[in-house]
Design a binder for this molecule. Structure first.
Ligand code: KIV
Length: 265
């Protein structure tokens, strides 16, 4: 089975839901890839779930390149997309080209993602024109956390909803192969999905999107103390890991680990 290209993913609109997930290292990338997901995103969410920051703003292009290279080594079937982090594409189209080029060339990504609507359409057009496939991202865009006043649902008022809709349309018309819709009412997710020609990938945007994406840590329940409303825990690995570690500690302390079978003759 060959890796789906950006064009192949775009063509699935209306045919099959796109299953997308984030990953940040080779071990989890292998598991995601083997499970048959369509797309793995090296998201700048790594700033929060890997680096421990309060938001995604400190993440650098070097960070994304580093994690994308690791994920690349574990990904053979899924499409690999890498996030352009904060201030790597907003200041100028030339910077966007240079930094997107690094994610493709050094990281091994097959496409890049950037946040923003109408104001980013020309940047998307430029990247696509030189052969770099782009995934858009509108709604609750975490890189704008200070303008939004926190990680809050967007588009509840009619004018805000219209602004997000027009942003998604502009990004689609500029050539993006898909668009993440984050943190918007389900009804707006459905409306945008009906009104753009490319797949929408929802995270907190309702069930009518053309696909879904979750942060891997949320899906696996790696943090027992964190479960956003829009996420579902399909496992409780954080609790399981703490149980395993407690058992390891107790077996080391009482001499049950290692056994003779676990020791060299
Ligand atoms: O950074 C990220 O992981 C993302 C997804 C949640 C869409 O942008």
């Amino acid at each position: 089975m060959s890796v789906p290209s950006a064009d192949a993913l775009r063509a699935r609109k209306g045919q099959a839901k796109l299953v997308c997930i984030t990953a940040y290292d080779v071990a989890f990338a292998r598991l995601c890839d083997r499970s048959g997901v369509d797309l793995i995103l090296v998201g700048d969410s790594l700033g929060m779930v890997v680096q421990g920051h309060a938001n995604t703003l400190p993440v650098t292009v070097d960070d994304i390149v580093y994690h994308t290279r690791a994920v690349r080594r574990g990904t053979t079937r899924a499409h690999l997309c890498a996030d352009l982090p904060f201030m790597s594409y907003q200041a100028s189209q030339d910077e966007a080209v240079a930094n997107a080029g690094r994610l493709i060339k050094e990281g091994g990504a097959e496409s890049v993602k950037l946040e923003g609507g109408v104001e980013m359409a020309e940047t998307v057009r430029r990247l696509v024109s030189i052969g770099i496939p782009v995934m858009g991202h509108v709604g609750m865009t975490p890189q704008s956390v200070h303008r939004l006043g926190g990680f809050k649902v967007q588009g509840r008022q009619a004018d805000a909803a219209q602004h997000i809709l027009e942003g998604a349309q502009a990004i689609a018309e500029a050539g993006a192969y898909s668009i993440v819709l984050e943190g918007i009412p389900a009804s707006l997710g459905a409306e945008i999905t009906r009104s753009v020609s490319v797949p929408t990938i929802g995270i907190g945007a309702g069930a009518d999107c053309d696909g879904q994406i979750l942060v891997l840590n949320d899906l696996l329940g790696l943090d027992p103390d964190w479960k956003p409303k829009f996420a579902r825990r399909f496992a409780t690995l954080g609790t399981d890991a703490m149980g395993a570690l407690a058992q390891y500690a107790s077996e080391v302390r009482d001499g049950r680990f290692p056994s003779s079978e676990e020791s060299f003759k």
